[in-house]
Write a protein that binds this ligand. Structure first.
Ligand SMILES: [Zn+2]
Length: 91
């Protein structure tokens, strides 16, 4: 599974720049999030309009899927339907 960075930048309405996008899942319920490890940003939904900062001193959001306050990110193996736009098609 390869992320389509052009599609992500286009949805962010940003010019391509240094980034480290990863599709991640909640370790409890599998709800998916996009992360940019370069700037420690956690995008909370596929519109990419809301995000949290994954840095010390910033509140960790409750999981949008299960509501847990104490959850971790694990790498997603396949994209959920609402994230399929962010996956490169055909290899
Ligand atoms: Zn969850």
């Amino acid at each position: 599974m390869q992320l389509d960075w052009d599609a992500i930048f286009s949805r962010l309405e940003e010019q391509p720049h240094d980034a480290d996008f990863q599709l991640m899942s909640c370790d409890r319920c599998g709800h998916q999030y996009l992360v940019d490890d370069e700037i420690l940003r956690l995008y909370l939904d596929p519109t990419l309009r809301e995000h949290a900062l994954m840095a010390q001193g910033y509140a960790w959001p409750r999981c949008r899927g299960c509501g847990a306050a104490d959850w971790d990110l694990v790498p997603a193996e396949t994209a959920a339907a609402d994230w399929s736009w962010a996956i490169k098609k055909g290899g």
